[in-house]
Design a protein around this ligand. Structure first.
Ligand code: IPE
Ligand code: IPE
Ligand code: MG
Length: 254
């Protein structure tokens, strides 16, 4: 049943640095404060019954930042994992990570693996953290896998469909993101889920990530609830199809 709630919310958590700078604090302080927001939004998403929440924590381009900031972000991710995992597990959250993990230390990779294994059987909120993730990286890794299948004779080039590509991309087993939120005032995608956001509703807010709270989150959800998703059809067609499940089929067939 469609309750007006997005099944999958994908967020770019932006504005930590500016939040700290406004307070004459080092950027690190903003990242640390941002973890509190993550905790609150994860808890609220689980409470609301949202199926999946994907959070952009570190992009393939963020390596360009000053080394101390990159190191701090890695350490913060590691310590947040350590601290939050048991609580996530208790809340029945299924924890996942997407991104190129080859760029990470062995210690961090095994902490991630431990978290994924511990929570694999949970059937509440699926929490996906995108780290060392880039939409272009995602498409590239999918093409490599597809190319290998073609080379090995499992698939002919002319047989390649949208479904084959979809199947090799990250998040392929989750509903496509219904709602995208970017905090921090910038109106761009910054190489987030390029393929997956094809028909996602976009929501931008000026609020810096450490200031984002469940009231702001509610505003984004309400904005989503007021929108008419047409997937290429006319408004009249959408109204005629409402409640028939046809729209959902349309979306999953994109
Ligand atoms: C988002 O906040 C966190 C990461 C990119 C890791 P920023 O660090 O980009 O904060 P601003 O945009 O500089 O304020
Ligand atoms: C996007 O934020 C990446 C994350 C939030 C992890 P950035 O702050 O890196 O994006 P740009 O550089 O302003 O586009
Ligand atoms: Mg930023």
């Amino acid at each position: 049943m469609d309750n007006g709630l997005p099944k999958h919310v994908a967020i770019i958590m932006d504005g930590n640095g500016r939040w700290a700078e406004q307070r004459q604090m080092p950027r690190f302080a903003g990242h640390r404060a941002g973890v509190e927001t993550v905790r609150a939004i994860v808890k609220e998403s689980a409470r609301l019954g949202i199926e999946a929440l994907t959070l952009f924590a570190f992009s393939t381009e963020n390596w360009r930042r000053p080394r101390p900031e990159v190191n701090f972000l890695m350490d913060l991710f590691m310590s947040a994992l350590d601290q939050e995992l048991d609580e996530l597990h208790r809340r029945n959250v299924r924890f996942r990570v997407i991104g190129d993990l080859d760029g990470f230390s062995r210690k961090l990779r095994s902490a991630i693996e431990r978290g994924v294994t511990l929570t694999a059987g949970n059937d509440g909120l699926t929490l996906v953290i995108a780290v060392n993730y880039g939409g272009r990286w995602d498409i590239t890794q999918a093409m490599r896998k597809l190319g290998t299948r073609i080379r090995d004779g499992q698939l002919a080039p002319e047989e390649v469909t949208l479904d084959h590509i979809h199947a090799e991309l990250c998040l392929n087993d989750l509903p496509e993101p219904d709602l995208f939120i970017r905090t921090g005032g910038e109106h761009r995608i910054s190489n987030y889920l390029l393929w997956q956001l094809a028909y996602t509703e976009l929501y931008f807010c000026d609020c810096l990530w450490p200031d984002f709270d469940i009231i702001q989150f509610q505003r984004a959800l309400e904005s989503y609830g007021r929108r008419q998703r047409r997937f290429g059809m006319t408004g009249l067609q959408v109204e005629a199809n409402q409640g028939s499940g046809a729209l959902q089929e349309m979306q999953s067939g994109l």
